[in-house]
Design a binder for this molecule. Structure first.
Ligand code: FUB
Length: 311
């Protein structure tokens, strides 16, 4: 007769936490997951790792030619909606660049704006990576790429925050983390790029993901000082900083995956960390797979360290 009480106690303890298996996408290699909630459903926009060969990309390095989007109503059952953007259909991308790196997607005024970094064909104004946008009427596309990348952005890992007053900000990385205001059309910068304050000066910082909670802006980013990236964060009372370093969200990989790259999302009264590791390719850390785990805040607003749920 005690069973119903035990079960309801268990249900209470588990409420809001996810018991899904990591990695949660297994039909292909995925990395750099940006998770967003659109119309009550979670959409994950990751990079899509494929293996380079002598004919495609650079052997031993990251190799990506397109993006898929995945969605779920319960963080357990995921639907692959197929390819939403592919390199050779973006007019300004260097053909066969295989450099479609970490993206983001955000909704505004009934449209969905998909931001992606890659290498341009015309290198007269930008050498290396820049950031483009593709626009759709639905989170699953079809996404139509803009004819040119965003003017004034040099770097990778775009991330967009729309603040409470409606102002949108674009963040990206190029060794350091940069940010600028976006115009209401979401396609052009509205201010000069700036750096964001007292972030660590030593080591590569990339993959910015910014969100606001209870009036605090959290700038979260992978940072490598030793061998592999650690997820860290800094806070500010303003989207453009200055930010002050607060701590570590996830420690370095104990098994040697060089990169980690994440996003943080509230869904059904629980916060989640989406990130990646090379679970399905232990010998090659550029074939990665996306994971998710619950994330918790302390009463003073600091983030409790997330210990990865392994397979
Ligand atoms: O996926 C390619 C690159 O690796 C991303 O742009 C970085 O953030 C790192 O995850």
């Amino acid at each position: 007769r005690k069973l119903p009480y035990v079960l309801s106690g268990l249900a209470f303890l588990l409420a809001g936490t996810v018991q899904a298996q990591n990695p949660f996408i297994t039909n292909q290699f995925t990395a750099d997951p940006t998770a967003r909630v659109f119309n009550g459903r979670v959409y994950v926009y990751p990079s899509h790792d494929i293996l380079a060969t002598p004919e495609r990309g650079r052997v031993g390095w990251f190799c990506m030619e397109d993006y898929h989007v995945f969605s779920s109503a319960n963080l357990t059952d995921w639907t692959d909606h197929g390819v939403i953007v592919t390199q050779n259909k973006v007019p300004w991308v260097k053909p066969d660049s295989y450099s479609m790196w970490a993206p983001d997607c955000i909704a505004r005024n009934g449209k969905y704006y998909f931001y992606f970094p890659t290498t341009p064909q015309d290198t007269t104004s930008i050498k290396g990576f820049t950031v483009g946008v593709a626009v759709a009427d639905k989170p699953t596309g079809p996404f139509v790429p803009e004819p040119q990348p965003i003017k004034g952005v040099r770097g990778i890992d775009p991330n967009v925050l729309i603040d409470k007053d409606g102002q949108a900000y674009l963040y990206w990385s190029q060794g350091e983390i940069y940010a600028a205001k976006l115009k209401p059309n979401m396609l052009e910068l509205a201010s000069e790029p700036v750096t964001l304050g007292e972030l660590p000066t030593k080591g590569l910082k990339e993959g910015p993901f910014v969100f606001e909670r209870q009036g605090i802006y959290y700038l979260t980013y992978p940072h490598v000082e030793n061998k592999t990236e650690r997820l860290e964060y800094a806070t500010s009372t303003s989207p453009l900083g200055p930010f002050t370093v607060k701590g570590v969200i996830m420690d370095e990989s104990p098994t040697g995956c060089w990169t980690n790259h994440h996003s943080i999302l509230p869904f059904n009264n629980q916060w989640y960390l989406f990130y990646h590791h090379n679970d399905l390719s232990p010998a090659f850390d550029k074939s990665r797979s996306v994971r998710l785990d619950s994330l918790f805040f302390e009463p003073n607003g600091t983030i409790r360290k997330v210990v990865p749920t392994l397979r």
